[in-house]
Design a binder for this molecule. Structure first.
Ligand SMILES: [Zn+2]
Length: 514
């Protein structure tokens, strides 16, 4: 009998996340964490995650991002040019307040006797990366003061939670198989988001708050949805921008691409044609039969190949042609055409799930400052009209109703969400058994994992100066992750803190004025 077997026999096969333990590729496991691996010194940190911040394609050709300025009481003033900040620091009128993002504090100025203009935070929320831009608006021109890209850790959170649940599953099935399942009385509060999505919302909120504290933010512009469905059905309601060929076209295209999952509705990508076009289901100029309109109900997405093959046939006509063909692609086309004629279209359920995060973000941002909402269609329209390249942060700068964007060719401040370490103090092997233990204290000689430090080693094999993120060890011999490589075993005596850990890692801009 299954139940008669002792512990290990009753253990269920483990699912994949439990086995995929990247931190655990040292050789030779001792039993229960004893043996030689227990002697391996663990650094207190997230050894399995990559701490590097990936560089952005938008990295500057020219121009620099502004330096944030605070008054003597810590109230935000207008950001200034790095050259001016250098002068202020040299004259002794300012102090360095924080390094990331670089902020100075003037010791002889108050907000009352300075002129402060309104600044908007613009946000383009994304699944992996959120783009943010700080702009100062003067007569319709958006002057970009600061661009940043925030990389989320949604996937990492999901993986960790899967792992935890699998370790628990193993314990319950292996050691506690006789215990009855607990009464399932757990509910989820209203507005609950999965932790991976929650972290995206929280990361973005926390950065908006950070910007509010170092910069006079008066409003937020958020790309809330990909397209504006109300305006699609009713193009007249918003005046000339929404007429055919301008903004309307972009909204329609975004809507259709989203609606039909960015694949050809006829062949579903079988033709391998990457060019997707807007296609009139009932053609505009048919050889016979009724004429199709530009109404959203008559528009679908098709690849160029299918579009040209369909030509100006009525759907019923094309079906006749297709049913004579014996090619595989034509059979698929016929099947899909049939479904379309029956009125079956793909559902928008997946889009709704994506929008849940954006909506949560909107409701929480509204508590901080007035929020203006915009659409992805409008962003794309602005970006194409102003001939601006596509990156997350520039998308953010192009969000909302704007006339033009100035100074957008500049350095991008790169932020990566890292978490603040893990609660679990037991390192486990790939089967979920304990392998070694981490130290319980968070700081060693005043340093914590995630601090950005500068280490000057005066002599020896590792002589040199290193700046980077530290991973602390109890012995006081640290690892430093610099821009290029990881330096192992640097004594705490050589280290000086540049910035305390706050759950984020940064790419250090080249033109930092220090
Ligand atoms: Zn096709």
């Amino acid at each position: 009998m299954y139940r008669e077997l002792k512990t290990n026999g009753g253990m269920l096969p483990q699912s994949r996340p439990l086995e995929a333990r990247a931190a655990d590729n040292l050789h030779g496991y001792g039993r229960n964490g004893s043996g030689r691996n227990a002697a391996v010194q663990q650094s207190r940190g997230e050894s399995s995650t990559d701490v590097r911040v990936e560089s952005s394609p938008a990295l500057a050709e020219n121009g620099v991002s502004r330096v944030f300025v605070l008054d003597k009481r810590g109230e935000p003033l207008m950001p200034c040019h790095p050259a001016r900040a250098r002068k202020l620091l040299a004259k002794g009128r300012g102090r360095v307040h924080q390094m990331f993002p670089f902020t100075i504090r003037l010791i002889d100025r108050t907000r009352e006797d300075s002129s402060v203009q309104p600044i908007n935070v613009k946000i383009d929320p994304g699944a992996k990366t959120t783009g943010m831009a700080l702009v100062w608006i003067e007569e319709g021109v958006n002057h970009v003061l600061h661009l940043s890209e925030l990389t989320h850790r949604g996937a990492a959170i999901r993986k960790k939670l899967d792992q935890r649940s699998n370790y628990r599953r193993r314990r319950r099935t292996a050691n506690l198989w006789y215990r009855k399942p607990r009464f399932n009385n757990r509910t989820r509060p209203k507005g609950w988001l999965p932790p991976s999505l929650r972290s995206r919302v929280d990361n973005t909120l926390s950065w908006v708050k950070k910007y509010q504290s170092i910069c006079p933010v008066s409003g937020i512009v958020l790309e809330l949805v990909r397209f504006d469905i109300q305006k699609l059905n009713n193009p007249e309601i918003s005046g000339v921008e929404y007429q055919q060929g301008t903004l309307f076209g972009y909204e329609v295209r975004e809507y259709l691409l989203e609606r039909y999952n960015r694949t050809c509705i006829y062949c579903q990508g079988l033709s391998n044609d990457p060019v997707l076009e807007i296609e009139h289901f009932v053609p505009k100029n048919p050889s016979k039969g009724p004429k199709g309109t530009n109404s959203i109900k008559n528009l679908v997405i098709g690849c160029k190949t299918c579009n040209q093959t369909k030509n100006n046939y009525q759907p019923e006509q094309w079906m006749e042609v297709l049913s004579k063909s014996r090619k595989k692609i034509d059979k698929i086309r016929l099947k899909n055409l049939n479904r379309l004629l029956e009125g079956k279209r793909p559902s928008l359920a997946a889009t709704a799930a994506v929008n849940a995060t954006r909506n949560a973000l909107f409701f929480e941002l509204r508590e901080l400052a007035p929020v203006e909402c915009s659409t992805g269609g409008r962003t794309k329209y602005n970006r194409c009209r102003l001939n601006i390249s596509k990156t997350h942060c520039l998308d953010a700068a192009c969000t909302g109703k704007i006339d033009s964007v100035a100074d957008w060719k500049q350095n991008v401040f790169l932020i990566k969400a890292m978490g603040r370490g893990s609660y679990q103090r037991t390192r486990v092997n790939k089967y979920g058994f304990p392998r070694g233990y981490l130290m319980s204290q968070k700081t060693v000689h005043g340093f914590a994992t995630g601090d950005i430090i500068k280490a000057c080693v005066p002599s020896g094999k590792k002589e040199g100066t290193y700046i980077g993120r530290v991973a602390v060890r109890k012995s006081g011999s640290f690892n430093i992750q610099t821009k290029q490589e990881t330096i192992q075993g640097i004594s705490w005596r050589y280290c000086k803190i540049i910035s305390r850990q706050n759950g984020y890692n940064f790419a250090i801009p080249n033109s930092s004025p220090t």
